[in-house]
Design a protein around this ligand. Sequence first.
Ligand code: FDA
Length: 321
Amino acid sequence: MLRQPLLMIARSRRIKELVTQLPVSGGIVARFVPGERTADVVGATRDLVSDGRLVTIDFLGEDTLDQHRADATATAYLDLLEALSREGLARSAEVSVKLSAIGQALPVAEPWGSEATDHTIGAKLSLENARRICQAARSVGTTVTLDMEDHTTTDQTLATLRELRKDFPETGAVLQAYLHRTEDDCRALAYEGSRVRLCKGAYNEPERVAFQDRHEVDKSFVRCLKILMAGQGYPMIATHDPRLIKIAGAFATRYDRAPGTYEFQMLFGIRTDEQKRLAGVGERMRVYVPYGDEWYGYLMRRLAERPSNLTFFLRSLLSQK
Ligand code: FDA
């Protein structure tokens, strides 16, 4: 399997320097990221909405280690929400937020000069920033979903979700089927009004916490999906996998769920025909659209998922020489 080695190689600074020289407009980057500017993502959103798809937008960035940048990311979301509202797109487009981009991973300098991650400070800052974004989203008539990152952040992210939901119960959660814990998390979150995005999971996780075999991940996805579809919440089924999409349809019938009481979600640029087909048969279909200049981590996770994308990617790199 290429996935884990690729995700490990992606951490190399030299590889990152080489890859980030690629222009966003064209080649492999543009396939997954419509652009770096707010105007680019608003344009992409308009196109998607015009043919019946919904959107969730991610302002790219993760593992932010300084407060100024964390605050600037939150402000970028506020600007984006304002732009969506101005363009009449806010009812069709929500935002997805990584807590590590708005302060969760912030380290603090200790008195004796070394640096350590203080989860209380990072958690407090990311909660404050998330509140600002939730408030702005609500005021333009849309919602926020908290993306889920690697397993070391799961508890903190769910704790932040619980806090946010006291004032903004519409805030969406993400659960990753590859984690052993996720069936329990699904049970805990399958209550009325609870928006839960279920995905397979995109990080390089150890055996101790996550299924390694893709068939085991798929089986876990089905068990989790069953809990969510049988429950009282609003499941958001985030997969491109044809078998899982079919199974979701069967659960919708079994649990008497009308279209509109759950939704499908896919990533920008992946299985576009299937996105259109689902929207065309009356399903709610939401596309996750990332934008911004911090596209490196996102691109590497997409490449790691599908080795055949690598050929295209290597060609893009060579054509820069
Ligand atoms: P799988 O990877 O098995 O792919 C099934 C099929 O889909 C493939 O055979 C192929 O046809 C197509 N496909 C999938 N990936 C492709 C690619 N990169 N290029 C081309 N074709 C591809 N993860 C996470 O850890 N935290 C999160 O918050 C989120 N959020 C999120 C939101 C949304 C809307 C989606 C769709 C996904 C996420 N993910 C995520 C990513 C998710 O965990 C997972 O890594 C990807 O969705 C790929 O898994 P699939 O379920 O599509 O199956």
